[in-house]
Design a binder for this molecule. Structure first.
Ligand code: ADP
Ligand code: MG
Length: 549
């Protein structure tokens, strides 16, 4: 997303939300709790200056961290009893910053007004973890194996218009945004329009629950899955650092799995473009009016052009409304240019539709023969309500024949409930810290945690309205907490952190022919354990990669 808007603090699907943790609360000591702590949403209160490079004194830091080597459990530090020397950390940080600057691991600097509009001005390195986070190989393989199964599931769910409409019917009454999406979906169903070429560029996010030792899915993103571009660069960076410092750290760069997300996403877009079969057509990226995560997107477009000679244009929804034209044969023209593939990096949040103009654009694209990534059906199939419906008994079986596949998917489902389940709402009121309450939103910062869960549930009960249909309840997952070096704005900061693994996947089919159904690299996001979400003003999330243990 859209680190587009004002403060990167909206952690859209696209933005990751790394941005938000910019205003990280002062963390005075490592505690083992990953429960919420008071939030300090202003930058002024950032403690980062303490570890500014050049003045960095990491000896104490390292001593405290007791970094441990080769521990197999997830989230455990990766260097054993090896106190990382202050000077060494300084050297690694410096080298990392040089590498990042030379290789385009960049985002727009929120301090520069033009940085969301104009490439090449106001750039700052993306927030990163200095070293990769350890992750057990068996869970990594499990996550990779799930990717093609989820791809197929989403495709089949997308074809069941009635299931989507029925599952979201109550939500529609109380959630204006979901209602508008469903209206577009209804119109397409009424037209009896079939999407024969279907493209999905997804990211399935997981956390490894420490207590149960289960890899549990957080959510499945079907729209604007961000950071394929920058995520690959973080992997390259970490490999480079371990090639140079691996011996000192007792780490082997080969334990970091390769990350080809950018190349594979570009390949999927190129193959979709080929299926569309109009050599003069372009791929169009739907963008927000301001986008500080533009370099992530530019990486993808650059590979698409250099490797596959497919040109892209960038348009906002408002521009598409004013320049778009639908020809009788379904061809979609923007500024007179035929569009083969529409790739959304905007359009997932209500703020992306400030007027009717944006909704008109969305409908127009949907009515066209251009390949939409995602189509309205794919978009709806990725909502949290559908995630919860799919977790109900016997629902997966409606879509997938293979018992083995349904068992694999079910194993990664956390507890998911609708609020009509009075036993669960009662439990959630009693123990709100064990639940997360989620509305039908993407982009971070929308979920409800802790006492707010209790208060919201009590309010909904009291009001007796149907507003409960706007939310789902989810089991709260508690990943292991580990000490981590996080770098933002050139400043190295250590903190206790937890991580979320995202696995990218691409799915392309034309009628009965599945052209691509692959896992496509990954993104690790690591955030301070005191933050509920990776984004939002409270968090401190960074781009990361994994070190297999
Ligand atoms: P969004 O669409 O806004 O990204 P997510 O469902 O991914 O919504 O939630 C945002 C963030 O909140 C996640 O990246 C994760 O850090 C945290 N989160 C979400 N669900 C859970 C959960 N069940 N347990 C613990 N943390 C969660
Ligand atoms: Mg998310």
């Amino acid at each position: 997303m859209g680190v587009g808007h004002s403060s990167l603090s909206s952690c859209s699907v696209d933005s990751l939300c790394i941005t938000a943790f910019i205003a990280q609360p002062k963390t005075t000591s490592f505690s083992n709790s990953n429960r919420q702590k008071p939030l300090f949403p202003t930058k002024k209160q950032s403690p980062f200056a303490v570890l500014k490079i050049g003045t960095l004194n990491c000896a104490r830091v390292a001593g405290e961290m007791e970094i441990k080597k080769g521990i197999a459990a997830a989230g455990k530090p990766i260097v054993d009893r090896h106190v990382i020397d202050d000077g060494l950390i300084q050297k690694i940080v410096y080298d990392a910053l040089v590498w990042i600057s030379l290789h385009g691991l960049l985002v727009g600097d929120r301090n520069d007004q033009r940085s969301g509009k104009l490439p090449g001005v106001g750039m700052v390195h993306a927030p990163i973890a200095l070293l990769p986070t350890s992750f057990p190989e068996s869970y990594w393989k499990q996550a990779c194996e799930l990717a093609p199964i989820f791809n197929e599931l989403i495709d089949r769910v997308s074809l069941d218009g009635k299931f989507l409409q029925d599952s979201l019917a109550r939500t529609k009454k109380v959630d204006a945004f979901t209602s508008r999406l469903l209206d577009i979906h209804s119109k397409i169903l009424e037209m009896n329009k079939k999407e024969e070429i279907r493209l999905g560029l997804h990211r399935s996010d997981y956390m490894l629950d420490e207590k149960t030792k289960l890899l549990l899915q957080i959510e499945f993103n079907t729209i604007s899955s961000s950071f394929a571009g920058l995520g690959c660069l973080v992997t390259d960076l970490h490999r480079t650092l371990l090639n140079d410092y691996g011996e000192d750290l007792g780490l082997d760069s080969k334990r970091i799995p390769g990350n080809t997300a950018t190349g594979q996403f570009a390949e999927a877009l190129a193959k979709a473009w080929t299926e569309y079969n109009n050599p003069r057509a372009v791929a169009m990226i739907v963008v927000q009016t301001e986008e500080r995560n533009m370099y992530d997107q530019h990486w993808l477009c650059t590979v698409l052009k250099e490797r596959y000679n497919v040109r892209t244009i960038r348009k906002t929804l408002a521009e598409i409304d004013s320049e778009g034209q639908l020809l009788p044969d379904g061809t979609f023209l923007v500024g007179g240019q035929a569009v083969a593939v529409v790739y959304f990096r905007a359009g997932y949040a209500p703020t992306d539709y400030p007027s009717e103009s944006e909704w008109r654009a969305r409908l127009l694209m949907e009515q066209s023969s251009a390949i939409k990534c995602p189509s309205i059906s794919y978009h709806l199939a990725g909502t949290k309500k559908i995630q919860q419906e799919l977790a109900k008994p016997n629902v997966l079986e409606r879509f997938l024949e293979s018992k083995e596949d349904t068992a694999k998917l079910r194993k990664c489902f956390a507890g998911l409930w609708s609020l009509v389940d009075s036993d669960i709402t009662k439990k959630a009121i009693e123990k709100p810290e064990l639940f997360v309450m989620k509305p039908q939103r993407e982009g971070g910062g929308n979920n409800i945690y802790g006492d707010d869960v209790k208060e919201t549930l009590l309010r909904l009960q009291k009001e007796g309205s149907e507003e409960d249909a706007a939310y789902i309840l989810m089991q709260r997952i508690f990943p292991a907490v580990s000490p981590t070096f996080l770098i933002r704005d050139g400043i190295c900061h250590k903190d206790h952190a937890i991580s979320e693994l995202g696995v990218y996947s691409a799915y392309l089919r034309n009628k009965e022919s599945v052209i691509m159904n692959d896992q496509c690299g990954y993104l690790m996001r690591t955030k301070v354990s005191s933050s509920n979400e990776g984004g939002v003003a409270a968090g401190f999330a960074v781009l990361d990669s994994i070190y297999l243990t």
